[in-house]
Design a protein around this ligand. Structure first.
Ligand SMILES: Cc1cc2nc3c(=O)[nH]c(=O)nc-3n(C[C@H](O)[C@H](O)[C@H](O)COP(=O)(O)OP(=O)(O)OC[C@H]3O[C@@H](n4cnc5c(N)ncnc54)[C@H](O)[C@@H]3O)c2cc1C
Length: 496
């Protein structure tokens, strides 16, 4: 039998973190990146507004959560990018490092703010995040809130509002695939698309092979890096026999290493929002020319409606208004978002949400008789729901204070006491699409060590959003890339 192709390192998943890992390992030996999805060469990926058609397409894994107990058994959508660039090819490109003390609070040796800040700077040298070029004028009104005398970009470090920064270049998406993967390919890194990993093969406790759903495999001489994201990476480990022994036995999977922490600690930013009619983009006769010209404006001038990644700005604020420490984030979308089911409906307006910066609720990803169960256990900690109720109330006040012209259409001003707002949130809450934490790094019995190795196994590392012990206070793409970038440095130093 012909022997399987062998590489020094195999990186599983060409997402935000995996691309950074590949670039960092490029000259450390032979490297293959294996990705379940296809290429990112599609106009909707480069065009910021295209994400509304990418979500739910074949470039989205289209996961669904387990029934959420606190939400009356409702299941929520979990979009995840399935292509080169991963979720960073389908996302809104909002760029935040997080708050400095997010990292200090992790209390993982080597991951304090002072440790990670230089890596953010190195990542940003390649991604060059910058303010959006032509935001809708009303988004700028948010920058005058919170006593700001001059317009600023919002930051989770303090109460602030305005236009966000984005990883776009010349009005187009500039993802980790652009910034890291293609330069790595030029240095000889092999990229294999359409290759979905089923499980890993072990020689005792040493990871040796990457086995695909089509029955083929590749051999890794020095190491395997799991960068399949907070859903994909723990799933592959569980399918490989690494995880809670009882769950694996129940599924008839031979145990390689018992670790109750694999798949635990799943969490995300819970979010729910308000729909307004009034100022903003939408389907209206007076905007017909702007929409008709938008493809040409995007193609030739890199502006116009199609250059909007939908979220254009937002705020960080203290939900209860008791001090200046932000507890929630608002994403402000200057587009009319219909709440009656149909995607395209006449009207103009905007949407603004409230997402909890540091949610307390924790769930788990597990293998069950029904397959992979992704249970966020959303709002299971009452503190998260309390923050959202307070946040929705203050959001209404802030929108008025900003002088934005809109009438709340959904849920509407009649939903105004705590009980009614709570019911609205429970009926409509989702997440900000930032799942993290399923392969928490840390000391003691954490499934992943502070050097990103899978505890108790050799030649196996994790580098993606799943290693975050606790979610950062804002969007998670930049932190995921920072993790991938640092992972490559650690693996180069630690690999046999
Ligand atoms: C719709 C949406 C909007 C978002 N908006 C923002 C935003 O504006 N700003 C922000 O900061 N964050 C945003 N995020 C979150 C952000 O994109 C993610 O946190 C980040 O991309 C996670 O990086 P990752 O490397 O952990 O995983 P991913 O980027 O998801 O990469 C995982 C990769 O692994 C591949 N993979 C998975 N399983 C397998 C397998 N079995 N075999 C082979 N390959 C596999 C996947 O196809 C994917 O390419 C958004 C996410 C989504 C989905």
């Amino acid at each position: 039998m012909a022997s399987a192709p062998a590489y020094d390192f195999i990186v599983i998943g060409a997402g935000s973190a995996g691309c950074a890992v590949a670039a960092g390992l490029a000259d450390a030996g032979s490297v293959a990146v294996v990705e379940a999805g296809g290429s990112d060469a599609h106009p909707f990926i480069k065009m910021p507004f295209g994400l509304i058609w990418l979500m739910g397409s074949k470039r989205d894994w289209r996961f669904k959560s387990a029934p959420q107990a606190a939400l009356g058994g409702r299941q929520i959508n979990i979009p995840r990018g399935k292509m080169l660039g991963g979720s960073g090819s389908i996302n809104s490109m909002v760029w935040f490092r997080g708050r400095a003390d997010d990292f200090d609070n992790w209390q993982v040796p080597g991951w304090a703010w002072s440790d990670v800040e230089p890596a953010f700077q190195e990542v940003e040298a390649r991604l060059t995040p910058s303010e959006m070029r032509n935001p809708h004028p009303m988004v700028r009104k948010l920058s005058r809130l919170f006593g700001a005398n001059t317009p600023t970009n919002p930051t989770p470090e303090r109460e602030s509002g305005g236009v966000f920064r984005f990883n776009m270049r010349n009005g187009r998406r500039w993802s980790a695939a652009d910034a890291f993967l293609r330069p790595a390919q030029a240095k000889g890194v092999t990229v294999l698309t359409g290759r979905e990993v089923q499980r890993l093969g072990f020689d005792g406790h040493t990871a040796r092979t990457v086995n695909f759903t089509d029955g083929t495999h590749l051999t890794a001489k020095r190491g395997i890096v799991l960068s399949a994201g907070a859903i994909g990476s723990p799933t592959i480990l569980l399918q490989s026999g690494v995880g809670p022994a009882a769950d694996l036995a129940a599924q008839g999977i031979a145990l390689v290493k018992d670790n109750a922490g694999i798949g635990a600690n799943l969490h995300d930013h819970p979010g729910a929002g308000l729909h307004f009619t009034g100022e903003g983009y939408g389907i209206a006769l007076k905007q017909a020319a702007a929409w008709a010209l938008s493809p040409l404006n995007f193609l030739f001038r890199r502006n116009g409606i199609l250059s909007s990644p939908t979220v254009e700005g937002g705020m960080f604020f203290n939900a209860h208004g008791t001090d200046a420490t932000p507890t929630v984030q608002t994403h402000f979308i200057p587009f009319f978002m219909n709440w009656k089911g149909s995607r395209y409906a006449p009207g103009t307006g905007f949407f603004a949400d409230v997402c909890v910066c540091r949610p307390k609720s924790r769930g788990a990803l597990r293998l069950t008789d029904q397959g992979v169960s992704i249970d966020f256990n959303l709002l299971s900690d009452p503190a998260d729901l309390d923050l959202m109720v307070a946040g929705i109330k203050r959001l209404r006040t802030l929108i008025k204070e900003a002088g934005i012209n809109g009438t709340e259409g959904h849920p509407g001003p009649d939903i105004n006491d705590d009980a009614a707002i709570r019911d609205y949130i429970l009926a409509h809450c989702g997440t900000a699409y930032h799942p993290v934490g399923t392969l928490r790094m840390g000391q003691g019995d954490a499934p992943v060590t502070p050097r990103l190795a899978v505890r108790g196994l050799q030649n196996l590392w994790v580098a993606d959003a799943s290693v975050m012990p606790a979610i950062t206070s804002a969007n998670t793409n930049a932190p995921s890339m920072m993790i991938g970038h640092r992972a490559a440095q650690m693996i180069r130093a630690d690999a046999a």
